[in-house]
Design a protein around this ligand. Sequence first.
Ligand code: AMP
Length: 275
Amino acid sequence: MQIIKHSSLITRNISDKLTLVPTMGALHDGHLSLINLAKQYSNKIIVSIFVNPTQFGENEDFETYPRNIESDLNKLKNIGIDYVYLPLVNEIYPDGIKIQQYKTGEIGEILEGKTRPHFFDGVAQVVKRFFELLKPDIAIFGEKDFQQLTIIKKMVNDFKLDIKIIGAPIIREKDGLAMSSRNIYLNKQQRLIASELYKTLNWIKKQIKNTHQIDVSLLNAKKILLESGFNKVDYFKLCDSSTLQEINNYQTSDNSRLFCAAYLGNTRLIDNVVI
Ligand code: AMP
């Protein structure tokens, strides 16, 4: 495994298939599952670790985001990849740190984008830059961040980039909590409550399937989460899996997902389940 700080250090043969797995580090089994999936598609794997400043809002956790580079490198060495890309900020942002290249538009303004207005513009920008620099054949993103996956697919389509985007299923803790680098922010009591998010998603999924009453079920979901100990529910919505547009009518709820974001203290958890 080679640790590189500049994209020019990548060597590849014409026959090599390169898969990129972009991450912000503090790696857990969710990230590692993306790497295992990459092994099925390609003979060369590059994992990037970069806490991207442009996707953090002013009051968000850029400075305190968990950084565990030693432990990350050990995990990557053990699982076996070709390159770890730890880019220097000036390779990613040669003209200074600012959002510039791509506006995600409406799809980046709903769900996560409502609370985090510049988030997806920042994500799309850094991912596009990675694609330009590393020229992967394939890139893998987790369904944990389903809106992000959808936006990256749209961006690849908009720019007609020759890259295959693959979505990977959500990896969960035993009690159902979706793995996330930010879960370490949870104290013991919050960690117990956190598992209610996935349970509630599944419960409401059943309710929608049984009653076809979307509005009532979604209101019920918020109530359950607040009663469980979440202090705020940002959204709990049923959306089309391709367009992410809200669905209010059960007849059109094929190919849909339930999406939610809720706070435990200052920690914001997101999750989704397919209907
Ligand atoms: P992050 O380091 O949080 O930016 O995540 C890097 C990639 O790992 C993204 O594509 C995430 O969607 C994916 N990922 C994070 N957590 C999980 C999980 N629990 N299961 C599957 N993929 C995940």
